[in-house]
Design a binder for this molecule. Sequence first.
Ligand code: UTP
Length: 408
Amino acid sequence: MNYNNAYTILKEHGQLHVLAHFDSLDESEQAHLLSQIAGIDWHIIDSVSHRQEITKRGSLAPLDAIETDEIEKKHSLFQELGLDAIRKQQIGAVLLAGGQGTRLGLDKPKGMLNVGLTKELYLFEMLIRNLQKNTDAAGAFVPLYIMTSDKNHDDTAAFFKEHNYFGYPKDYISFFIQEMVPCTDFNGKLLMESPSSLCMSPNGNGGWYTSMHNCGILEDVRRRGLKWLNVFSVDNVLQQIADPVFIGATIDSGCVCGAKVVRKAAPDERVGVLCLEDGRPSIVEYYEMTEEMATLRKPNGDLTYNFGVTLNYLFTVDTLEQMLGANMPLHIVEKKIPYMDASGNLIHPDKPNGYKFETLVLDMVHMSKDCIPCEIIREKEFAPIKNATGVDSLESARELMKKNGIEL
Ligand code: UTP
């Protein structure tokens, strides 16, 4: 793309301010800015003007989960099915570690957080340990694909290398980088990070399979003949990865997708609930639920919409393949975005000042034809670290880790 092309496109979209400092840039800076402009998906940026339409919901209905008592009864059947699938090399795992962890306010990848008190014990280390517990039981390794972003890739890859992959075989670990999208202010104007660069941010956690495709890493999935991918977040320090019981329960259900879910602690708990939307599995956010829905109860007294998602899912590779190329819903999220003001100063806002554009893994659940929610015991398996203090923080996660006998 040359200056004239960029000018025409930006003018058409009301974004000419992007070129305000162009003449003062050196050749490589100009080339950088032009390549960023060439890469803009205008469909995404222009969606700001009709953002209300995008968030409309279909008709919602409850979806039954396999609850812990049933899982207990069928434990050995599920476990054997799962272990068998791991041994047959049908299972892969995908760690979503491209996020920026803004709520936690770290200046390094979240997985590098030291959760130990008297010794070093990193979040990444705990996740590998949790995975290895299951691969040891199966006597076979599970390939682990780690998604990073431009912002944290080098640190993440170097950290794993420095720690010798926390004892997991290096040949079973690969990294891939997710795509970035520009950010805008509340009027849809592109924000600049510097005279030669747009503010860019990772495109959400819903693009992971497409990014695997774009990076060529799906070749590895296909070569190994994997049938299922277990995708999980970086921040739940207690989660089971490649959990044979979960794998077995999902296989046994005949569904193409499985979700580890927790029983809600209270009707108004701030957690996305797995249910049906227009007959397909779907996750409804706590703020999208009416009070009536949130407090509705079954004859046995349990909440009707009772199970929150934990960002730990299994998908068949066949289902994921069908999603490639499909248009995923876009989530326009208000965030604090550091930007360059009109006088060229870099501003770090203390409240949200613009939009980031994300696709979300929960929409992949909705794109699947069915999904089985599998209940996990919150105290044993759900300790997400999202916030600096209070609910879902390092402090609350440490408490749960101690209760589970983990030496900190
Ligand atoms: P969160 O929704 O908690 O986002 O991500 P975040 O970026 O980590 O944290 P905040 O909201 O800025 O505080 C849930 C999971 O999805 C991954 C995260 O790394 C985490 O494992 N994720 C999120 C990505 O991999 N890429 C993204 O673009 C966003």
